[in-house]
Design a protein around this ligand. Structure first.
Ligand code: M6R
Length: 600
């Protein structure tokens, strides 16, 4: 995982690098470091913890005589969190940072270099290996080429070599882009950040070795021209405005970004759908693939396709799909869902099914991502950049995308009547206004329920049918930002085991839309009350009495099948947010997590 940056020729090297590292903190925040360099020296500063620690530590460091800087923010994979394992790895001749994993580092350690045994980091081994090659070869270019031939894994490196005063970028699997204006060059693992500085960007391709020498950038691995693309600067997603956290800001942004996404689908992507995509959907099987929250969006999509179309559809965790056999006889379309388009498990699953010549679609919020480059068709979501580690607006936009897709496929295959198609589309078109009111009306209730949750040690989420993935997502949201133990179950499964967990120290949130399954959900709630468990019922039904038990139900707007995931997920996001706020956790950057998981 991790985030990397490199800058050459800027008037404010250190401040710009720190600023970019802060924007990259979503990729990990275990430790951080920078190396400033000029042709006679390299100066490195590292610290444990967030970028603010590095900023404090480098406060008195003057950058005015340096020509460049590289920087790194780390999410630990190999080696514990400490200063030594922080990047950059450097000595007086060489400094480097890496995003990714060098898989054969142990073999390199055995075969090529004499390195102290206590080294834990794959990248530190790579640093020693490159130093060794730089001593062995006269030309640093040859050393770099040999280095690239031998190392295995998914990585992106930014390297400075003092011997020839040159700056190198290497890529295989992990993203890295470079932007420039005149003599100044910026490299970064997140291209969207570069658009705040320059509007001409080049995304490195796998196998690329770029060298910047005397203000000229060239490719070492072949003579293909480096074509910088125009990239427009978007609104600043790093401005929290009136909100205390990005997560809350992003929850509130949902009506706006869903509206934008729906309007663009109506007028662009889904317009004339059958003409554009008839062939793509000429399949017997549909498999939806994602990780974490994106996987929950896939599961919701599965319920949509199951309801509206006659396609055989299933969802797969990307991290598991790669270990399964692929049915080569079946005509299967794979739909990948990923906010970042960079999640390594999802990217690898996509590459895996491509080996079997399977067709793929990617639903993503990042149009410049690696998955977009791999998939056959891209369906964009327009959630704008999501900064909070806990996915909120990107998730609901993914669900909106799948809702539209299932309706269009159903219309094309004539498995939905024209009037039902129109009715459902109308629900999606009017959804943003409904959600705006919901967020406003439900916020006080969310604060109240969040307080009730502080009375328990564990929280369970129950749902049936399309509410089941909503329950899973509610549970994930709660545990990732508040660290409360939590699980989601299908309501019908409780009696098959999980009900043994219920006692007075547990809270169960029943997601109970006012539909044909409502009574069954209430029965679940009653079984929990009978075992002294605490209950919150989320429903659009007003007040509920079951037997002698009066149950308190915060009232939600009347839902339809297609908008149920939105109407119930957003209250769950708000409850988790306010509970975590009371707990005092680091909501936007919860412990042990990172926004974009670019390791397997
Ligand atoms: O960028 P992606 O959508 O591929 O990310 C997938 C998951 O890592 C992500 O949804 C994760 O579960 C979030 N922390 C959820 O809030």
């Amino acid at each position: 995982m991790c985030g990397i940056v490199g800058i050459i020729n800027s008037n404010s090297l250190k401040n710009e690098a720190i600023d970019i590292l802060k924007k990259l903190e979503y990729r990990g925040y275990d430790s951080a470091g920078i190396s400033l360099f000029e042709k006679n020296r390299i100066k490195t500063i590292k610290s444990v913890g967030k970028i603010s620690e590095l900023e404090k530590k480098s406060k008195n460091l003057l950058d005015k005589n340096f020509t460049g800087i590289i920087g790194h923010t780390r999410w630990a994979t190999h080696g514990i969190v400490n200063r030594n394992n922080a990047h950059p790895f450097s000595d007086e001749n060489l400094t480097l940072v890496c995003n990714g994993i060098i898989e054969n580092y142990m073999e390199i350690q055995k075969r090529y270099v004499d390195i102290p045994n206590n080294i834990q980091s794959d990248v530190e081994v790579s640093f020693y290996f490159l130093s060794y090659l730089l001593n062995k070869y006269k030309s640093p270019d040859e050393a770099i080429k040999t280095f690239l031939k031998i190392i295995k894994g998914n990585y992106a490196f930014v390297i400075y070599i003092k011997k020839n005063n040159s700056f190198y970028l290497l890529k295989n699997g992990s993203p890295i882009s470079i932007s420039h204006k005149d003599k100044s060059f910026y490299a970064c693992s997140d291209s969207s950040i570069l658009s705040f500085y320059h509007n001409r960007i080049y995304h490195l391709k796998d196998g690329d070795i770029l060298k910047i020498d005397n203000d000229v950038v060239k490719r070492l691995n072949n003579n293909n021209k480096i074509i910088f693309e125009e990239n427009s600067v978007s609104q600043n997603p790093y401005d929290k405005g009136k909100f205390q956290h990005y997560m809350l800001k992003e929850i509130y942004e949902q009506p706006k970004v869903l509206k934008e996404t729906q309007q663009r689908y109506n007028s662009e992507f889904f317009l004339d759908f059958a003409n554009k995509f008839q062939k793509l959907f000429d399949v017997n099987k549909l498999i939806l693939v994602g990780c974490g929250t994106a996987y929950h969006a896939c599961m919701i999509g599965e319920y949509y396709f199951n309801k509206f179309t006659n396609l055989d559809v299933s969802s797969e965790l990307a991290s598991e799909l790669r270990y399964k056999n692929i049915n080569t006889k079946q005509k299967t379309l794979y739909i990948f869902v990923s906010q970042s388009g960079e999640t390594m498990d999802t990217l690898m699953a996509l590459k895996y099914i491509k080996k079997y010549n399977k067709t793929s679609v990617i639903i993503t919020n990042s149009l410049q991502s690696s998955m977009v480059r791999e998939a056959d068709v891209t369906i964009p979501t327009y959630a704008l950049k999501e900064v909070g580690v806990a996915s909120t607006k990107a998730f609901t936009c993914q669900v909106l995308s799948l809702a539209n897709l299932s309706l269009e496929v159903a219309k094309m295959n004539k498995t939905i009547s024209n009037s039902d198609y129109k009715k459902n589309l109308k629900i999606l078109n009017t959804l943003p206004d409904k959600l705006k009111k919901l967020i406003k009306d439900f916020s006080p209730t969310a604060k109240y329920l969040a307080k009730k949750m502080s009375l328990v040690n564990s929280c369970y989420f129950l749902g049936r049918n399309i509410s089941y993935p909503i329950a899973l997502e509610g549970s994930l949201k709660l545990k990732e930002i508040s660290y409360m133990h939590s699980e989601g179950f299908p309501g019908g499964e409780m009696k098959h085991g999980p009900i043994a967990l219920i006692d007075k120290n547990t809270m169960t949130v029943c997601i109970a839309p006012n539909n044909e399954l409502y009574e069954k959900s209430l029965s679940n709630a009653q079984e929990i009350i009978a075992r002294n468990g605490k209950i919150i019922i989320l429903s659009s039904a007003k007040r509920t009495k079951k037997g002698n038990t009066e149950m308190s139900v915060p009232s939600l707007p009347k839902e339809n099948f297609i908008d149920t995931p939105f109407i119930y997920s957003i209250p769950l996001q708000l409850i988790s947010y306010y509970f975590a706020l009371n707990e005092g956790t680091d909501i936007d950057q919860p412990r042990n997590l990172a926004k974009s998981v670019t390791v397997e």
